[in-house]
Ligand binder design. Structure first.
Ligand code: CU
Length: 149
């Protein structure tokens, strides 16, 4: 958990008095069978403040969390890491299956349906948001998320 402590410390250092008015809904973490090292999280962010972007995340069951997008290359769906998801003022942006998502890497605990995962989302404004995401069993979106890298 050393990483998480460092993360919180740096998030505090960069916090600004200008709080982004961002709310979260439809948050879900995908249940995974034992031994699968990664999982994905999906959520919707609504931005009532000035335009900003989601630039990072940290979750308590993963050593590392990245922002990913999905793209089609030679007819194959692939995931690619991206730096940010833009959050225009007054709009909702959905991270969902088959699109942008959070990728929880190097899981320290198997995500089981019914559990709750704590994540901290960070934004370009310097603001951060604590969120509790339920783990749910999901139908495959036509690709296997654990075939990562
Ligand atoms: Cu991914």
């Amino acid at each position: 958990m050393k990483f998480k402590q460092l993360f919180i410390f740096s998030a505090l250092l960069t916090a600004t008095p200008v709080m982004a008015a961002i709310t979260l809904s439809d948050a879900q973490v995908r249940e995974m069978p034992p031994g699968v090292p990664n999982t994905a999280a999906y959520l919707t962010l609504h931005n009532d403040g000035e335009a900003t972007a989601l630039v990072g995340a940290s979750c308590d069951i993963a050593a590392n969390t990245e922002i990913h997008t999905m793209l089609t290359e030679n007819g194959m769906m692939k995931m690619r890491r991206i730096d940010r998801v833009d959050l225009p003022a007054g709009q909702s942006v959905s991270l969902h299956q088959g699109g942008d998502h959070l990728m929880l890497l190097q899981l320290t605990r198997q995500p089981l349906a019914g559990q709750r995962i704590n994540c901290i989302l960070t934004f370009a404004s310097g603001a951060s948001l604590s969120a509790t995401l339920p783990v749910v069993e999901m139908k495959s979106a036509g690709h296997e998320h654990h075939q990562h890298h």
